[in-house]
Write a protein that binds this ligand. Structure first.
Ligand code: THU
Length: 130
């Protein structure tokens, strides 16, 4: 499981994200924390930066997000934080392609959401900057 690659010594909340790209490639990301807490970055944005760098312009078809923790039970899905929703939605816009989200814990329910846009009503987008 990619959650093992997380660096989360402060929260002990290891998040792993895996994406299937339209070209068949799989890209992963994990949260990377920092002693200066706000410097830490979520798994989803690590993944998107990696995908955009390795496979520029290739849409992400599906993005799965899960977690593991020594502090809490991983028995229900988590959903991306607000900053990640904004980042995932911009990825949808820049590739003109919705990103299906699969949200889960190590056990329990799995949620499937058609796109990040639906998690971010009234989103701020580049349209405002034109
Ligand atoms: N985190 C993620 O990586 N993704 C999420 O969707 C929620 C939160 C990380 C940030 C921080 O390293 C830890 O989980 C606890 O908030």
């Amino acid at each position: 499981m990619v959650t093992k690659q997380a660096y989360a010594p402060y929260s002990k909340f290891n998040v792993g994200a895996a994406a299937l790209l339209q070209n068949g490639e799989i890209v992963t990301g994990t949260n990377q924390e920092n002693a200066s807490y706000p410097v830490g970055i979520c798994a989803e944005r690590v993944l998107l930066g990696t995908a955009a760098t390795l496979f520029p312009g290739v849409p992400v078809k599906t993005l799965a997000i899960s977690y593991d923790s020594t502090n809490v039970k991983s028995d229900h899905p988590i959903s991306p934080c607000g900053m990640c929703r904004q980042a995932i939605h911009e990825y949808e816009l820049r590739t003109s392609s919705p990103i299906r989200l699969i949200l889960s814990g190590q056990e329990g329910d799995v949620y499937i959401i058609d796109d990040a846009r639906s998690l971010l009503p009234f989103a701020f987008t580049s349209d405002e900057l034109k």
